[in-house]
Design a protein around this ligand. Structure first.
Ligand SMILES: C[S@@+](CC[C@H](N)C(=O)[O-])C[C@H]1O[C@@H](n2cnc3c(N)ncnc32)[C@H](O)[C@@H]1O
Length: 331
């Protein structure tokens, strides 16, 4: 059922979003990405990306813009995602009577879940107004508004008090920072001494070879399509945290038994739809016949199908992992 929903999310791109200005988005993304590569500041391209892509991503994946493997093949995507959130809470020691920080909280899937099922008081910081509205509206709908609040802000200067959090996490968010030091400085400031912070992210693995054109094609294509700087390795993340008194306590990759891209791979038709040259040609043909809007084919090739295809290619080659976890403790 969930897999049909993911497939439906893909189909809705053609149906519900066909009146969007795809050509405008691609042109803006190109320009802002070139600026970001030059300056090392990805805030503008990330903000524009999520302002446009946020709704599309929500239709496809709900409020959880992160992926994880199941613990066993019968586990659904919702159950696997909840199990991931439980791990975040466990490693960050977040439960009732604790205040948790979600850095780069997006539409708030993880924080809403932890507030609802574990009674954690959650504050999320994220870049885009729409993401904040989506999270806070969901909190209200679920009667969680007293416990779960998202705020618009930049993780490098968070509108929160020193030492005000008992723990926290960043899920699929640190990959948007070319330099991690300013974010870790802020995270360290916001946490109380002894608090733990969990990073769960998409990283380059040590199988990635920067001299191998097939590797760089997949990884740089993915980075461009998401408006991100060069992906970090887990070592780079741990090294950037250390000078801020955030010491590594544990490190793991959750893909020990099943891959982090499991739910893409096992959704019927999806790997074919996103990778097939025939489908790509058909989409181009439909655009030429004006049955799809101008710029849609390019958008689909790079940002929709292209991103999922890159995740699958990079995941299968073992050069990127979307299930890297690092547990840090504030000294
Ligand atoms: C892939 S989404 C993940 C969202 C959420 N953590 C989740 O897993 O569902 C990345 C998020 O990082 C946020 N982000 C990127 N740069 C940021 C910054 N400078 N400050 C705060 N949030 C940022 C984006 O707004 C986006 O919501």
């Amino acid at each position: 059922m969930e897999r049909l929903q993911m497939l439906g999310g893909y189909a809705s791109l053609f149906r519900d979003f066909r009146h969007e200005d795809f050509a405008g988005f691609v042109e803006r993304h190109d320009r802002l990405y070139a600026d970001a590569r030059r300056t090392g500041d990805y805030t503008a391209v990330t903000r524009a990306y999520y302002a446009f892509m946020g709704r599309i991503i929500s239709v496809a994946y709900g409020a959880d813009c992160h992926f994880c493997p199941p613990e066993h093949p019968e586990q659904s995507r919702v159950e696997a995602t909840r199990a991931l959130h439980d791990r975040l809470a466990l490693h960050a020691s977040l439960g009732r009577e604790t205040h948790g920080l979600d850095v780069g909280s997006g539409a708030g899937g993880a924080m809403l879940d932890l507030a609802a099922r574990r009674g954690v008081q959650m504050t999320g910081i994220t870049l885009v107004d729409d993401e904040v509205a989506q999270c806070n509206e969901a909190a209200k709908r679920l009667g969680l508004e007293h416990r779960c609040r998202a705020i618009v802000g930049d993780a490098r200067s968070m509108p929160v008090d020193d030492g005000s959090f008992d723990g926290g996490y960043a899920v699929y968010a640190l990959k948007y920072f070319d330099r991690l030091e300013p974010v870790f400085a802020e995270i360290a400031r916001a946490l109380r001494p002894g608090a733990r912070f969990v990073v769960y992210d998409i990283v380059k693995t040590n199988r990635f070879d920067g001299e191998n054109p097939a590797h760089t094609r997949v990884v740089s294509g993915f980075e461009y399509a998401c408006g991100m700087p060069d992906l970090h390795t887990v070592e780079q993340i741990a090294d950037a945290a250390k000078p801020h008194g955030l010491v590594e306590r544990a490190r793991a990759d959750l893909s020990e038994h099943y891959p982090w891209y499991y739910f893409f791979e096992t959704t019927p038709l999806l790997p074919w739809l996103v990778g097939s040259p025939t489908v790509r040609r058909m989409v181009r043909g439909l655009e030429r016949l004006r049955l799809l809007p101008t710029g849609f084919a390019e958008f689909n090739d790079t940002f929709a199908s292209g991103t999922v295809h890159a995740l699958l290619e990079g995941g299968r080659a073992g050069i990127i992992s979307g299930s890297a976890m690092l547990v840090l403790e504030k000294r």
